[in-house]
Design a protein around this ligand. Structure first.
Ligand code: 13P
Ligand code: SF4
Length: 303
């Protein structure tokens, strides 16, 4: 067995650690994960776990969500530079000025945000529960941050007036309608699975719109055996591994999130040996952010 994997196995026992891994991580991380999942699944797992240490193979906001939900555990993000560029687009100040302009609106924030932005929000959502979350909110007017594509997708499935912030995921936003049309022409038998962080004109070409775990579940449940997948390439590794005999085509050639590819096996060894990098959130912000995450966890998934 690979020496690094042996070291990780020894260290995770010694430290009572659990490795949570997002579906976009590099294959080596997916292979050694205790739990692999989407943003909602991993947040829920973090809140249920008994372990003393959580090693989060994902990006900053995911590790922060685990720290918000489990303040008694040590949460480690093995690479400090694993930072989601979309989460960085919205700041508490920008959100406060939107709130001042729309004082009657409720705030729904995508989980891809900092703890301080969550603390300014009424409820969080992920790509798997966005429609249920938006429809669960009392107010008719909703400020939605930071992803404008996800906001438009939610608006199309709700009677609420959605006020989107102008953020986007650079990885999903780069997938164009022309890429999709080309892929559909090349693979006419394939079903088209699209992540809701994509542009509306890309979503319009989907057979199904799902979070990453939604795609994993759907592919297992259907008799169809050929798919065009419009999301980050890490998911295709998982889909191939879990569905031998089925074929997956990425919607365009290079759908990669650089932030999701920062963590290596060596970083996990270093994280467990040196207890780095500990993610913590100031208590006053944590308590307010937790309210928004708890409100979300009480609402079910929709895909
Ligand atoms: P999900 O895995 O929750 O669909 O999220 C996608 C994503 O972009 C996370 O950063
Ligand atoms: Fe952020 Fe997009 Fe990367 Fe997800 S895929 S971490 S939203 S940049």
């Amino acid at each position: 067995m690979n020496v690094l994997i042996e070291q990780i196995n020894t260290l995770r026992k010694e430290r009572d650690a659990v490795i949570l891994c997002h579906n976009y991580q590099r294959r080596e991380m997916q292979d050694i994960a205790d739990y692999l999942g989407d943003s909602l699944g991993l947040s829920q797992k973090a809140s249920e776990l008994d372990a003393e240490v959580i090693v989060f193979c994902g990006v900053d906001f995911m590790a922060e969500s685990a720290a918000i939900l489990c303040p008694e555990k040590t949460v480690l993000l093995p690479q400090l530079c694993a930072q989601c560029p979309m989460a960085a687009m919205i700041t508490p100040d920008k959100l406060r000025s939107l709130k001042a302009k729309h004082p009657d609106a409720a705030v729904v924030c995508y989980v891809n945000t900092s703890a301080s932005v969550k603390a300014e929000s009424d409820i969080c959502c992920t790509s798997s529960n966005v429609i249920n979350v938006v429809n669960s909110v009392d107010s008719d007017e909703i400020i939605f941050v930071p992803d404008k594509n996800l906001a438009l997708y939610a608006a199309a499935h709700s009677d609420k007036t959605i006020i989107p912030f102008d953020g986007y995921c650079p990885t999903h936003h780069q997938i164009l309608e022309s890429d999709m049309l080309l892929a559909k022409e090349k693979y006419p038998e394939a079903e088209v699975l699209v992540h809701p962080e994509c542009r509306p004109e890309v979503i319009a070409l989907a057979d199904h719109v799902f979070s990453t775990d939604g795609m994993v579940k759907y592919v297992k449940s259907t008799v169809c055996d050929e798919f065009i997948v419009a999301t980050e390439n890490g998911l295709v590794y998982r889909l191939n591994r879990e569905n031998p005999g089925k074929i997956f085509y990425l919607a365009s050639s290079n759908i990669v999130c650089p932030a999701m590819k920062m963590i290596s096996l060596q970083d996990i060894v270093d994280a467990l040996e040196k207890n780095q990098y500990v993610v913590s959130v100031p208590e006053e912000i944590r308590v307010r952010a937790k309210k928004a995450l708890d409100a979300m966890i009480n609402v079910g998934r929709n895909g």
